[in-house]
Design a protein around this ligand. Structure first.
Ligand code: DC
Length: 216
């Protein structure tokens, strides 16, 4: 039976929420939106035009032009684009434009998994299930290092860790829609948990909510 529902996943960079979101969307046959890509698309547009990242009106124009069907992960996943995205994400007007698009996406049947920083708190405060996925900064840095090394690259652990801590500070410290768990979010700490275990834990929370809803 297909039923409409929304899963909101928030958490800091590198906690594994992207992979978890993809697994859950596949399993429950829901649409999937990585909202980080929408902020990255705005940042990428400014970088490509050589504009400063504090040019709010250019960022607003770029935000209006974001087409959720055309987000190119291969281009947008570059590290520098993520950094820049975190900087343009502080502008309330830019956020408002992107949040509208994200809400339209969430309303589209059969429902969706959205992952980001403010999904449970701002974008979909009525989501059926809210997950807050986290891991210690050290574990996240270690994972990123392993990822870089697995494709033949080299990197410095201390630099990656400092980078992650800077990004956390910016995402958690901004005034508009800071990263924080919604009051009714289920916390999943993946520091000592493989992705499969996180997936099983999330599934058990979700199946529980769906079972209660179907009984009601
Ligand atoms: O998840 P990510 O690394 O692709 O996100 C890039 C940046 O975009 C992140 O550092 C902050 C911003 N972002 C946000 O402010 N709100 C969201 N819902 C998603 C991302």
């Amino acid at each position: 039976m297909t039923q409409f529902f929304t899963i909101a996943i928030d958490g800091p960079a590198g906690a594994g929420k992207g992979t978890l979101a993809r697994r859950l969307a596949d399993h429950y046959r829901l649409n999937l939106l990585d909202t980080g890509l929408t902020y990255r698309a705005v940042a990428y547009a400014l970088l490509r035009l050589g504009l400063p990242l504090d040019n709010v009106s250019a960022a607003e124009t770029a935000a209006r032009q974001v087409d959720l069907a055309k987000l190119d992960r291969a281009v947008l996943s570059a590290h520098a684009v993520g950094e820049a995205a975190s900087k343009i994400a502080v502008f309330p007007t830019v956020r408002r434009i992107l949040v509208e698009k994200q809400r339209d996406f969430a309303r589209t049947p059969p429902g969706a998994v959205l992952d980001g920083r403010d999904i449970g708190t701002v974008v979909c405060p009525d989501a059926d299930i809210k997950l807050y996925v986290t891991a210690s900064a050290e574990v996240r840095a270690q994972r990123r290092l392993a990822e870089i090394e697995s494709i033949g690259g080299t990197a410095n652990f201390a630099e990656i860790l400092a980078d992650i801590q800077r990004r956390d500070e910016r995402d958690m410290g901004r005034t508009d829609s800071p990263l924080k768990p919604a009051a009714d979010a289920h916390l999943l700490d993946t520091s000592e948990m493989a992705i499969e275990a996180a997936f099983l834990a999330a599934m058990s929370v979700i199946d529980d909510v769906l079972a209660k809803r179907n009984k009601a």
